[in-house]
Write a protein that binds this ligand. Sequence first.
Ligand SMILES: Nc1ncnc2c1ncn2[C@@H]1O[C@H](COP(=O)(O)OP(=O)(O)O)[C@@H](O)[C@H]1O
Ligand SMILES: [Mg+2]
Length: 457
Amino acid sequence: MLGIRAKIVLPFTALFVATILVVAFLAARVTARTMDERIQAQMTDLTAVLSQAGFAGNPNVLRKVKTIVGGELATVDAGGAVLATTLRQDEALALGRLLAAEPPAAEAGAAPTRRLRLGVCVYRATFAPVGASHWHKGKAFLYLLAPEAEIRAASRRAARPILVAAACGVVAVVIIGYVVGHRISRPVKALASQARELARGGADGRLAATSRDEVGELAGAFNALLASLRRAEAKLVASERLAAVGQVAAGIAHEVRNPLSGVKMSAQLLRRRLRELGAGDEESVGVMLAEIARLEVIIDDLLTFAKPIQLKRERGGLNAVVGEVLDFMARQLEHAGITVRRELDEGLPTVALDPQRVRQVVLNLVLNAIEAMPNGGTLTARTRATDEAAVGELDDTGHGMAAEVGERVFEPFFTTKRGGSGLGLGVSRTIIEAHGGTLRFQPLETGTRFAFTIPRG
Ligand SMILES: Nc1ncnc2c1ncn2[C@@H]1O[C@H](COP(=O)(O)OP(=O)(O)O)[C@@H](O)[C@H]1O
Ligand SMILES: [Mg+2]
């Protein structure tokens, strides 16, 4: 797999290096050729000047001139015979042979330059006809010979700075490429290793955003993701715990239900007996029965919470259910100093409801109302019809709810009461929503209103 470094930095580095090399190579070639041409021109000029100086036939003078100009000199006649020269004898002989085969005169008009191999050494030669040759009857030529290798070396020397600069450029580009690549990939790698570390270490910790660039942004995004993962994890743990608690609670509720119904039956029997005997003690048995009903509600709430509810719907009136609960709780309400007002709409249409479940809801709301009015008050139970639903409302004149509590009252286990289960409203809402209705509360000037709807459909 190619890393970011290889994908981005390598191609650019290669491009830079290639460009530098091509440009440097062309520049070096041009410089070398220019140098070569300049040497050539100097030789031509020098030859022209020297050939007119009048000493061409004198080997001693030629030797002195050689030390000044730095090249070999030779004077030859039109037939190619060497008249005077600074060349070594073997080279002079070779020159004589070459020029005899191809005498200078034959080249008149051509560029007066030739390459001549004399023994092992190749010379570049320029020549010019010698003027005023009083020492020689025929026409003569002066040759200036410079070793080709030296000219080449001079040209190369001229081009060398360019090549050195290019090499420095290439090294610099490679170093910069490496550094840039490192700077790009290092934070990403650091981030990756941090993320791995976090994954291994589990729960807490965040990625440190080291920079304000895209990598920093990435770290921020990672952190957001991490936070939401942790929230999800916490939720999962909470719901798992809730499920476990629900299972246990449901088990206990189930065990308590049967003995409780035995107690209830006995209490009912007792009340009937007392009534028959006219003993007048039935009232305390009534309170007993109301308390048993409260226990039943708690058990029902727990069981409803633990299991998905299945409604047993039938067509019925809401008034009957509400009236039943109020009758049932009459003694306890009276006992708590609460006046009950019934504002039940007689023309309320029937709806499809599960009477037992809706009774559970109303009982929960009435119990909450009683608990909200420890010093007594008024409980108004109202039913009314809208176009879509039958509505039940329970208004109390109790202490009301703190503003910050709000919708949390519907959360399972949320309670502000000592010994409260916190299940009542949550379960009630679940039951009402299973009917397709809503359960809401509304603060009153004094007290609270809880209203639920059961759709007509
Ligand atoms: N009529 C009410 N007036 C004031 N607060 C209420 C009323 N009904 C419910 N609440 C608040 O909602 C909370 C949750 O109620 P609920 O789910 O029935 O659980 P519990 O009754 O066990 O506390 C209560 O603890 C209480 O703070
Ligand atoms: Mg309650």
